[in-house]
Design a protein around this ligand. Structure first.
Ligand code: NAG
Ligand code: NAG
Ligand code: NAG
Ligand code: NAG
Ligand code: NAG
Ligand code: NAG
Ligand code: NAG
Ligand code: NAG
Ligand code: NAG
Ligand code: NAG
Ligand code: NAG
Ligand code: NAG
Length: 753
């Protein structure tokens, strides 16, 4: 569709080039008004610009009165009423006038036969140009004087011209042989001549014994020996005088707007060379008469090839111009510089490439649409694969229950996490990477980018998301929503700022005094949360990965249970789950390890480990290779049991809490932990009981009595499971554990994800 259009546009461009080429150079300069309206601006072929004029309405004042005498043919212009003829009036402040010559003639008897002594004077606004004119004396026995007034003083100067033979004379030389010349001072406004002879021409060879003196425009007079005789009948010779419009300074003149002579808008005032008065001129790029209102007009430089140096196009602007190049060219368009170079340029592209642009725009547009559609399809694909439809079903099925659950778009979360910027990473775990993000409403969130889920896991994943979204407990991290549009599902949690319990217990560098009271409070809070999960939700939920690492702490060190990645809900009639063994080594229930059956008591066991951790400040699995003590080899739980058995709990307690006077509480919690760690799951207390026990310990004055009342103290039999645990206890990494496990028992897989 674009092709006929392009051709048409190209044709148009070519036409424009042809039309706008400056082929017609015969541009006539425009006729600027040089005089006031209704005033004669010519006398013969001499133009008379304002401030000069022939009538009182037309001249500035009498100083600029010129008389146009029509009796001559062509008419002659005279200065004032005088016989001083003006041959040229220029607007830049000069007049060319014809000045009289002084003659002084003698006869052969040495008697002066004729002589004149002309004099002229000018108004104070006119001065004789001292550089353009020379006082000249011609003769073979003459000396001449020039004198008069400059400003308010007299001046005088002169020279002598002699000769004895005609062949002494030098053509064009006025250095005293037949012709002499001298300069005059500046600012001269009155001139008189006098001419004298030394010897009355008595001994002069010449027949015509005359001397001549005059002020002449130097360039208009060239001395020739003939002038000794042929000047006798010449009356006038040209002279240059300068005129100014006022006698003050520019600054002074500007102060009185009504008397200021530079009336035109685009005019300026300047001081002439002779330093007397001021003159006006048009600003650069304008021409005309600066003394007239609106006298200075823009010069159309483009009409005159002498005024512009454009190669092709000239564009006139007010006071200036610029060069342009035709379509299809680029460059500055200036003749002696770049000129116009054929080839693509912006301006060329604008018109000729407009069609192309259209095509590109259309294709870009359709590409965008296509891309958008594809990206949408891809998002929909991800959504489907990530179980989005299933979730939607869940959402509609559990009407109202999932109200606080939001399905985020990938765009929202990208914006929130600054495109999953590395700097936003809060932590990496087996479940995925957690990023800190900020939603558009200003909420700070933690975005967990899950590990890729395979198709088979989708159902479970969605189930989990749905379960977690139901949990509303102040000690459980809140799941705000998820995003399934991305390749890997994203989960959005509330952001918990103070790290994990694990860090709090084991990281000494923070300098935080982790008091016993706080430990007890956290333990109680977690116990409450677990009890809630086990009993208060519509379907019991087992956390299955209970450990200090999964307990987060908010700004007030309130515990928040997190990481429900492998949690399961169980149908009411089910008492346990039979799945692959999952969990973290060091925390999981040996019974579950043996049977593969996960019960609520498995969570209780793991919680017991956390209690021991809180009591001892030690990790259930030592990471330290340097600690080679016999005790360390046995694992924390074993050592805990030994200490309990030998009634020396103090040896194993965290030194940081031993000082704090709470021995009864220590012992009560230790006893509770022991019960939780019972190898027989059925003998362990329920999470509800544990929570109640911890609450009692916190509030009771005599916690020990309470605790002992509640239970039958039973020591675990150090049996087969414990020895098996020993094999595995000292591995440092999960993968190492996995390897060891696989060699130990191929029927179990330890999946830490
Ligand atoms: C110019 O002269 C004409 C006729 O002589 C007159 O009508 C007109 O008003 C004059 N204009 C000015 C500005 O004096
Ligand atoms: C003025 O007119 C005279 C005669 O008509 C002519 O010789 C002279 O060149 C003209 N001067 C100008 C400046 O046109
Ligand atoms: C013009 O010049 C002639 C001859 O010099 C003179 O007689 C006449 O008065 C002059 N006219 C004007 C108006 O000056
Ligand atoms: C100029 O001449 C006219 C008549 O020719 C005369 O009326 C006028 O006064 C003279 N002006 C001056 C300044 O001499
Ligand atoms: C010049 O002087 C001579 C005599 O000395 C005399 O004859 C002659 O008339 C004089 N010429 C003039 C013009 O006076
Ligand atoms: C200036 O010259 C005039 C005659 O041209 C004369 O009368 C006057 O006295 C002179 N003034 C001085 C100060 O020389
Ligand atoms: C020149 O002439 C004058 C009188 O005209 C006379 O007084 C003078 O002496 C003469 N000078 C010479 C050198 O002849
Ligand atoms: C001087 O003499 C030359 C040669 O004859 C002549 O052309 C020229 O016009 C003369 N100058 C003046 C001012 O008359
Ligand atoms: C004419 O005007 C100029 C400046 O505008 C001033 O200096 C001069 O004195 C005036 N001349 C007369 C005769 O008014
Ligand atoms: C300008 O001219 C006026 C009158 O023509 C005079 O009074 C004034 O002193 C002059 N100013 C200067 C600086 O020459
Ligand atoms: C300005 O100039 C006008 C006309 O030349 C004159 O009448 C007036 O007094 C001047 N004003 C000042 C402040 O010099
Ligand atoms: C004298 O005339 C020359 C050439 O026209 C010009 O450059 C110069 O500025 C003039 N001098 C004065 C004092 O105006």
């Amino acid at each position: 569709m674009g092709f006929p259009q392009i051709q048409f546009l190209n044709l148009l461009a070519i036409l424009i080039i042809i039309v706008s080429s400056p082929s017609s150079l015969s541009a006539t300069p425009p006729n600027f008004p040089i005089a006031k309206p209704n005033c004669t601006d010519r006398c013969g072929n001499l133009s008379i610009p304002y401030p000069f004029g022939t009538t009182p309405e037309c001249y500035h004042n009498y100083s600029f009165f010129v008389n146009c005498n029509q009796t001559f043919n062509p008419p002659k212009v005279f200065f004032w009423n005088s016989s001083l003829e003006i041959t040229d009036i220029s607007r830049d402040g000069q007049l060319r006038i014809l000045n009289f010559i002084a003659h002084d003639c003698y006869n052969q008897n040495g008697t002066r036969v004729s002589s004149n002594r002309p004099w002229i004077y000018f108004p104070r606004t006119v001065t004789v140009n001292n550089t353009a004119n020379k006082f000249t004396v011609i003769g073979c026995d003459s000396y001449g004087f020039i004198f008069g007034r400059r400003l308010n003083r007299n001046y005088s100067t002169g020279c002598t011209s002699m000769c004895d033979a005609k062949d002494d004379l030098i053509e064009g030389s006025c250095t005293g042989l037949g012709c002499c010349q001298t300069s005059i001072p500046k600012q001269v406004w009155r001139v008189e001549f006098s001419l004298w002879s030394h010897r009355n021409y008595s001994n002069v060879w010449s027949f015509d014994s005359c001397g001549h003196a005059f002020l002449v425009e130097e360039s208009a007079f060239r001395f020739s020996p003939e002038n000794l005789t042929n000047l006798r009948n010449v009356e006038k010779l040209p002279m240059v005088v300068d005129w100014t419009i006022g006698n003050g300074t520019c600054e002074g003149a500007k102060r009185n707007a009504s008397s200021y002579a530079c009336k035109s808008v685009n005019s300026k005032c300047y001081k002439p060379d002779n330093g007397y008065g001021y003159r006006c001129s048009c600003l650069e790029g304008y021409q005309g008469n600066p003394y007239l209102i609106d006298g200075c007009q823009d010069v159309d430089e483009c009409q005159d090839p002498r005024l512009n140096n454009c190669e092709r196009h000239c564009v006139n602007t007010m006071g200036s111009f610029h060069c342009a190049c035709p379509k299809g060219y680029h460059g500055d368009g200036i003749k002696d510089r770049q000129g116009c170079i054929r080839g693509g340029s912006l301006t060329a592209g604008l018109l000729a490439g407009f069609g192309l642009f259209l095509i590109m725009a259309i294709s870009f547009w359709s590409y965008k649409i296509l891309k958008k559609r594809r990206s949408k399809q891809q998002k929909q694909g991800f959504f489907k694969r990530n179980g989005g439809l299933l979730l939607q079903q869940q959402l509609s099925a559990h009407d109202g229950i999932l109200d606080n659950m939001k399905v985020f778009t990938s765009k929202e979360l990208e914006r929130a996490t600054d495109k999953f910027n590395e700097s936003r990473i809060l932590g990496r775990g087996g479940q995925g990477t957690v990023y800190k993000g900020m939603l558009t409403d200003g909420r700070i969130v933690a975005v967990k980018k899950s590990k890729r889920v395979n198709e088979a896991q989708v159902v479970e994943f969605i189930n989990e998301v749905a379960i977690l979204s139901q949990i509303n407990h102040r000690n459980v991290v809140k799941l705000l929503g998820c995003c399934l549009e991305t390749e890997v599902p994203l989960l959005v949690y509330e952001f918990i700022p103070n790290g994990t319990l694990c860090e709090l217990i084991h990281d000494d560098t923070t300098g935080f005094l982790f008091s016993w009271d706080l430990r007890l409070r956290i333990a109680a809070e977690i116990a409450n949360a677990l009890a809630y999960l086990h009993y208060a939700t519509s379907i019991p939920i087992y956390h299955r990965d209970m450990k200090s690492n999964n307990i987060l702490l908010d700004e007030k060190y309130r515990a928040k249970l997190s990481d429900f990645g492998i949690s399961r809900s169980v149908a009411i009639d089910q008492t346990h789950l039979t799945t692959k063994v999952k969990g973290t080594f060091g925390y999981f229930d040996p019974e579950y390890f043996q049977t593969g059956k996960f019960t609520e008591k498995s969570d209780v066991y793991s919680f017991g480990v956390v209690l021991v951790e809180l009591l001892t400040g030690k990790k259930p699995i030592s990471n330290s290779v340097t600690e080679e003590e016999e005790d360390e080899e046995q694992g924390l739980i074993m050592r805990f049991f030994m200490a309990m058995k030998e009634n020396c709990l103090k040896t194993i307690l965290d030194p940081r809490i031993v000082e704090q006077d709470a021995k009864e509480e220590h012992l009560a919690v230790a006893n509770l932990a022991k019960r939780c760690l019972n190898l027989n799951g059925r003998k362990r207390p329920t999470m509800r009981e544990v929570a109640m026990a911890l609450e009692s310990i916190r509030t009771s004055d005599n916690p020990l009595s309470l605790e002992s009342k509640m239970q039958d103290l039973s020591y675990p039999e150090t049996g087969t499971v414990e020895s098996k645990m020993q094999d595995l206890s000292y591995s440092e990494t999960d993968s190492f554990v996995l390897n060891r496990m696989e060699t130990a028992s191929s029927s179990w897989t330890l999946n830490n994800d």
